[in-house]
Ligand binder design. Structure first.
Ligand code: GRF
Length: 214
């Protein structure tokens, strides 16, 4: 909903999203754009990053969204950092946590707190090419079709139940930057569509099968 001055009025029924990001934040930007439509059903109430220089922080500030930096260096150990993340996220009382280019592995204790409500976007067709360099690995393997995946987060690395996927062709002459960019276009669209549908229709999980709506 827009007021005459152009500011969006948040629907009280909109699901509360907290986005965790380490990088530029183009996926966050896509969610922030989508929530301008009141019918979207979800709104970003907080952004949490592990990197003080993350572009996601600028996007949050420009959108008037609260943010927090929880940097590994500020803690004695990983357990302390995980507690810091949990605390920073919990302040925002999220319905859903969205990992959008968050380049850290969260402890099982954090994952369990948000079981069934924490999603990650990954630039490959899981279960192929999990991990930190999926596009590089995709090109090295020589596959002809790749894509992007939105999945639930579990204790493994990119192993949780798959919610939605989009295929993206690998073209002759692709290198890591060109293929990354083609995937990211599809990824943003998939994330926006998937998160919106989950917010409006609910997410149901039975074993490895995740489905949106009943
Ligand atoms: C996305 O492709 C995400 O899947 C990957 O890192 C990228 C982050 O992009 N893990 P951005 O910061 O949202 O632009």
């Amino acid at each position: 909903m827009q007021t005459p001055s152009g500011h969006s009025v948040e629907s009280s029924s909109a699901k509360r999203l907290v986005v965790l990001a380490s990088g530029g934040g183009s996926n966050l930007a896509a969610l922030l754009a989508a929530q301008q439509e009141a019918s979207y059903g979800a709104r970003v109430v907080g952004v949490v990053t592990d990197r003080p220089t993350a572009g996601a922080l600028d996007l949050a500030r420009d959108a008037g969204v609260a943010s927090a930096v929880v940097a590994m260096n500020d803690f004695d150990d990983r357990a302390g950092w995980n507690d810091g993340i949990l605390e920073a996220v919990s302040v925002f009382q999220p319905d859903y946590l969205i990992l959008a280019g968050f380049m850290r592995i969260l402890a099982p204790s954090v994952v369990r707190k948000f079981e069934g409500r924490m999603m990650n976007t990954h630039p490959a067709l899981l279960p192929s090419f999990p991990g930190a360099h999926p596009v590089r690995d995709t090109l090295a393997h020589g596959v002809k079709v790749t894509g992007c995946t939105v999945h639930l987060v579990d204790d493994g690395v990119d192993t949780g139940p798959i919610i939605a996927q989009t295929a993206v062709p690998v073209l002759d002459g692709d290198d890591e930057p060109t293929l990354t960019e083609r995937i990211k276009v599809a990824e943003r669209a998939l994330l926006v569509e998937t998160v919106g549908r989950i917010a409006r229709e609910g997410l149901y999980v039975a074993g490895r099968k995740a489905s949106i709506g009943r």
